[in-house]
Design a protein around this ligand. Structure first.
Ligand code: DQQ
Length: 476
């Protein structure tokens, strides 16, 4: 039966039914990872947005809890939109979120756990001071949303940022507060980039240049070598862009390391469906963890038939790449490895031009694949400079051919390969003589369904001389 055969994912977070979008207010509290998310309790389409809630000991196995917040006041009756958690110095928690009001204006509201001795934080109380912020003069009433986690400044004030736009310039407004009751809008913007439209779901956090651990959101300087990451989600293209830079807390100004790689113009966390992402500092394991909404591309009618829509990407640890010094590194949280049961290893698999090698992994509902590719030195010599114009999205996908690529993995392939998902490298040589490594995914044969997007996507990855090309794929 068609309906019964809808596959749900094995690895990824999903509510038991209905629509989900952005991750909200992730945090670790009294032994539990908490995850909140934009959720429609009444159906599989975006509407009636509330905050779903789940807890986990390991970020992989989840317990679904009652809905944390529903639209029930004039200031959020149009939807309890996206927000972030801040853990205060005394261990208490403040949630700031955007409410869509009774006329769909966007305002900021505060909520607290009703009972801090409850490790599950089941009940939430909305502040009697709500809304605590309304759009300031010059800001459109629907251009004021998604407050970030707050960071503490050296003079004891909390600051957080809210995304907006002026004309078509994307901006990050910053508010300062001591008590989360009274707030001051700072004169300076944290950052702005022309022609990028409204900034949604801004994330702002420090990364260490020297250590492998993550940093609390309030860490800034003090002799430590750090940079600050600024990330925004871009509504029109549904893409998350981040940039590395430095934060001057006195001037309240963030400056990109390289203006060519600014927010919205440079680096992305991911080239697939990955939007409205948000990190949090996990004080349990001293790491920074990245959550992100992965929308599906089924049509609305298919979503309604299925009774659910969307998943969250596997939580990833984010770190500064201190080899290239130009980008972040991401890796699925180590806890996912606990799910491995049968292990199979294949060594010295030789891939010649145009060949495919089948790896017999037996029967498996889920796979966690780690692959390393070593390239024949002679083949590297044959790479042409002309290939530098390669582009995952517009080149020939997995079926293209050239001196060095594409090569990689075909997963979820059937016999005869009328269905397959190709994840592959393509190597080109720049005019400077350096190799340029593309990493792409070709979905054109990923499904027989006609109402899903089957794009080819990807970008370049920095690979240093003499490093192997490695790939990790979670298949479920
Ligand atoms: N989703 C929320 C907004 C946010 C958008 C509403 C991003 O707060 O800007 O569901 O996906």
């Amino acid at each position: 039966n068609f309906l019964l055969s809808w596959q749900r994912t094995g690895f990824h977070f999903q509510p038991t039914k209905n629509w989900m979008n952005d991750p909200n207010g992730p945090l670790f509290y009294k032994g539990w990872y908490h995850f909140f998310y934009q959720y429609n309790p009444h159906g599989a389409v975006w509407n009636d947005i509330a905050w779903g809630h789940a807890v986990s000991k390991d970020l992989i196995n989840w317990n679904h809890l009652p809905i944390a917040m529903v639209p029930d006041h004039w200031y959020d009756i149009g939807g309890v939109f996206t927000g972030s958690a801040t853990i205060l110095s005394d261990g208490s928690i403040v949630m700031i979120y955007t409410g869509a009001t009774n006329n769909m204006s966007q305002v900021q509201n505060v909520a607290y756990p009703a009972n801090l001795s409850d490790p599950l934080l089941i009940n939430w109380v909305k502040s009697s001071a709500n809304p605590v912020l309304v759009p300031p003069p010059g800001i459109g009433r629907q251009d004021f949303r998604d407050p970030s986690t707050a960071w503490l400044t050296p003079n004891g004030n909390w600051r957080f940022t809210i995304g907006s736009k002026i004309n078509n310039t994307g901006i990050s407004l910053v508010y300062e507060t001591k008590d989360f009751v009274n707030y001051k809008l700072l004169n300076e913007l944290l950052h702005q980039v022309p022609d990028t439209g409204i900034w949604e779901c801004i994330d702002f956090y420090p990364v260490s240049l020297t250590d492998m651990n993550g940093l609390d959101t309030s860490v800034n300087g003090n002799g430590l070598s750090i940079k600050h990451v600024l990330k925004s989600s871009f509504e029109d293209v549904k893409v998350d862009y981040y940039a590395l830079g430095s934060y001057d807390v006195n001037k309240n100004l963030w400056t990109p390391d390289d203006p060519k790689f600014d927010v919205g113009t440079g680096l992305r966390y991911d080239y697939g469906k990955f939007y409205a992402s948000k990190t949090f500092y996990d004080q349990n394991k001293q790491r920074r963890i990245l959550w992100s909404w992965t929308a599906e591309s089924d049509s609305e009618s298919t979503d309604i038939m299925k009774g659910w829509a969307s998943l969250q990407a596997i939580p990833r640890v984010v770190l500064f790449d201190n080899k290239t010094k130009t980008n972040l590194l991401q890796w699925p949280v180590e806890e996912v490895e606990k799910l491995r049961s049968n292990e199979k290893e294949f060594n010295n698999v030789k891939l010649g031009a145009g060949s495919i090698s089948t790896l017999d992994v037996g029967k498996a509902a889920q796979l966690d694949i780690i692959t390393e590719f070593e390239i024949d030195k002679d083949a590297l010599e044959g790479v042409m400079e002309a290939d530098v114009g390669y582009n995952c999205a517009t080149s020939d996908g997995a079926s293209g051919r050239n001196a060095l690529g594409p090569f990689g993995l075909l997963v979820l392939a059937n016999d005869g390969r009328s269905e397959q998902t190709a994840v592959y490298f393509y190597i080109a040589k720049g005019t400077d003589g350096n190799l340029k490594i593309f990493f792409c995914t070709d979905l054109s044969r990923s499904s027989k369904a006609t109402d899903v997007s089957k794009v080819i996507y990807g970008g370049t990855v920095p690979v240093l001389d003499n490093e192997k090309l490695s790939v990790r794929i979670l298949v479920s």
